[in-house]
Design a protein around this ligand. Sequence first.
Ligand SMILES: Nc1nc2c(c(=O)[nH]1)N[C@H]1C(S)=C(S)[C@@H](COP(=O)(O)O)O[C@H]1N2
Ligand SMILES: [Mo]
Length: 236
Amino acid sequence: MAASPEALSRRRSLGLLLASGSSLLLGGCALNRWSNAVGEATQPLNERIEALLQGKGMLPEFRRNQVEPEALLVNSFNGIPKLAPSSYRLVVNGMVRRPLSLDLAALAALPQRECVIRHVCVEGWAAIVAWSGPRLADVLALAGPSPLGAYLAIRSADQYFETWDLASALHPQTLLATHMNGAPLPVANGAPVRLASPIKLGYKQSKWVIELELMTSLGDRLGTWEDKGYEWFAGL
Ligand SMILES: Nc1nc2c(c(=O)[nH]1)N[C@H]1C(S)=C(S)[C@@H](COP(=O)(O)O)O[C@H]1N2
Ligand SMILES: [Mo]
């Protein structure tokens, strides 16, 4: 059966597409040395993001008997705020359908997870800690996040400020911890609520969290330490 004129022209334009595609590839060869260098520099990050997207992003954890309570130093740059548990509220706002003001009972009513992970501070110390509390993803889900949300701003009671990419915030091992090593979170370590995640360095793990704001883009401020030159993604 003879091909219809439409089918022929479709085939021809497909051929054109393929031809222009391969010339793009050839064009790319001229850039090979440069793009390889860029590729190598970003490789581990790309792999991690790819793994996250494929749902294979669970990072290895430690056993509960490996926690190092003495190794966890308190790092607090603006004093230690004392938040009364009864009046504590976690505000969730920004690009969400239902802005929330959650008390501690609401956080405790969510599924509780424990993550035994290594906390790493850029100042040269690390400690294995068991954190527990609801997943940050479950808290954000309650607020009905807009698909336009891409970043999370995290405000703390001591004026500490952080921003995270949403993929890291939604990671199943990223918690809003209310407990540490099986006991209620000590005030110095961020009570009543702090971030805890195996993905990022210590300075991304905000203590005394009082507000989460879902944003479409990053604003002028990236974070307390990032604005002084520390790396923003701060992946482990
Ligand atoms: N609100 C707030 N969160 C914070 C900090 C802080 O000063 N204020 N310090 C950060 C740093 S640099 C580290 S290493 C960890 C330390 O947590 P820890 O005091 O529980 O060991 O908290 C992070 N989160
Ligand atoms: Mo730190």
